[in-house]
Structure formats: C-alpha cells, structure tokens
Design a protein around this ligand. Sequence first.
Ligand code: AMP
Length: 369
Amino acid sequence: MRILVANLGSTSFKYQVLDSDKGFEVTHRGAYERIGQATGTYANHGEVIDVILKELPQPPDAIGFKAVHGGPISGAVKVDRKVLDTMEQFADVAPAHNPCYIAAMKSFHEKLPRVPQVACFETAFHSTIPVARQTYAIPTEWTEKLGIRRYGFHGASHRYIATRMAEIEPTAKKIVNCHLGGSSSMCAIKDGKSVATTMGLTPQTGLPQNNRVGDFDIFALLKLLKTGYSAEEVLTKLGKQSGLLGVSGVSNDMRDIEKAAADGNAKAKLAIDVYVDSVRHYLGAYTVALGGLDAITFTAGIGENGAELREAICADLDFLGVKLDRTKNKVRGKEAKISSDESKVAIWVVPANEELIVAKQTEAVISGN
Ligand code: AMP
C-alpha cells in the first residue's frame, strides 16, 4: 500500500509517500513553504496538492494526516463528516493547524474521491496520562462539558521515540523525550507510554515556542486588556510574536538567536536562557513523575542539531546521574548516544520520524488491523 503522509502548517505542506509493501520505505517526498503569503508561489494548500499529484507517478492508495486536535476524537480514524465537524469545533484552540488540515482533507477528497483518508491525531499518544495530570484546577463543568483539559501534542514524534528507544536502548524504561524544534514539547515516557507532557489544551503552553508564549500566568491577560490591547491583539502577540521571537527580538529561529547571542546581544542570550531553564524545569518535574530517569532523548530541529543547547540543558546534572560526553555531543542530525560511559542516564539524539508512525497507523486503519 502506497501511503501519502501529509504534515501541514498554516503556511507549509510537507509530504512523504511510504510503501508498506516495501517495509515502509520512503519513495517520494517534498516540502512547500510560504503558502498563502505574498512572497510565495501558492495561494492555498489545494494548489500544492495539485502539484504533488502531478509529481507522483500514480495516486496514493491512502492518505494519512498528522492531524492535530480532534478534541474527544483521538487515535487514528477514517476521515468522515463527523471527524471534520469535530476538528472544526476545536479550530479555535489549534488555529495554526486545524483549518489547514480541514482544507487539505476536503481538497484531497475532491481530487481523489475514492482514496481513503485517515487522521492520526497528535493527542492520541497521551491518552495514557493519569487523569490527575490531565485535569486543570477549574470548575468541573468546564472540563466535562467543554472538554477543557490537558491533551498534549507531538504524539507521533513522542511515540516514534518510545518505539525507537525500545530497539536501541531496551533497558531504558523511564525516558524524558525533548522534542525541541520550531514547536517544542517534552514527554515523560514510562514503559513505552506517555505519563506526562508539557503541552495542554492547546499547543501554546509548556515550553516557549518559536513565536508562541508557552507557560504563562493567565491573569496577566487582565492587565493587558486594561492597558488597552484588544483580546485579538493580545492573542496575536501571544501566538505569533512571543516565545523565542518575543524575548530575543531577533528571530524565531534558534540559529539566528545563537548567532546574535554569540555577538553579544543580551536579549538573545536571555531567550536561550529562558528556553533552557524551561526544559530543565520539566526535566526535573518528569524525573519525579517517572520515579527516576533512565534516558533523555533529543529530537526535532533544535534537539537534533543544537549541540550547545543540549550541553546547557544537561549541565551540572551529575547528581541525577546525567553526564554528557562533549565530544560525542558534537553530532548533528544523526542518531547517536551522547552520554559519557560513566553516565547512569543514557542520553541520545534520535532524529524525528513522525511520518513512519502516521503511515503505520494509516495502514492499520485501512487494512483493519
Ligand atoms: P523543526 O521545527 O523541528 O524543523 O526545528 C526548527 C528549529 O531548529 C529552528 O529553530 C532552527 O533554528 C533549529 N535548528 C536547526 N538547526 C540548528 C542548529 N544547527 N543549531 C540550533 N538550532 C537549529
């Protein structure tokens, strides 16, 4: 079965075709950016789909979406009216993701009406998180009637790390995975299952993101609204002009921020410190949640390539048995163990492979396994 895996952002479209009959080998891939922007080539995701379908020698047998928020619908499910409607209902809390996925699902259906579609929701891996850790301390009717609770995201990435670590470091039962990229989250994984994660109802919370706020005191909103900002302006600032960009004032890209910090820019240095401190905060919390720590894994753009960031995150943690090997840590973008021989905790760089998880889940849904 040839499965097209679609990985969308509000202005981007990445895809891979994996063939389940060839051990999920990747046969085609592509990436499109700046969709719907004045400087870009494509007006919308539908135009990109036309280009992709022309690029491929034949249409795929199935399409798997790395879908984000389906509220009460989790796991991997066939896309139908109900799934689309529910994604629509949760579009307000995943505004950068749900609308573009809905548009792409409809567009693929128009162009390839007989090709089945599967939505693999990013929240699914986190369904094993204990209820006490899913629950916000709010009136229960908000939780029960409106579904306001911690869901967690980056499920395909965290799940891939859990399965890959079972192969390369099988004795590690208590793992903290650091998915550090344009969008960042961490996950405490015990015996292969998620038991805690940093994102919540929305992918806006937890670690600071490239241009989204991360953890924040909700009552600061009152002060901002009183200052004269409209709710719309506050949300735009928190969702698009905060995070690494907001603190550094330089860029939302860690490479630019590291360069500015090295050139003496104090705000860029502060943005890195805020980010590292947040990762260490959760590393400590999750070591307690797991009742110990066997391994730390780094994945995604910053996690795979940011050697200095990894060093800062692991600094002075000998008391936890965490000891990085500075030479091994020079690795960029490759699977490698980077802990020193005497480290009690294994430290790994594991390149993300979310597409493999989505393709396997899609194949399982279509073939009924
Ligand atoms: P992703 O969303 O996983 O593609 O990750 C994107 C992030 O990875 C951006 O902030 C990049 O700046 C960051 N990144 C890529 N290469 C490096 C590098 N060599 N050092 C630090 N950060 C990097």
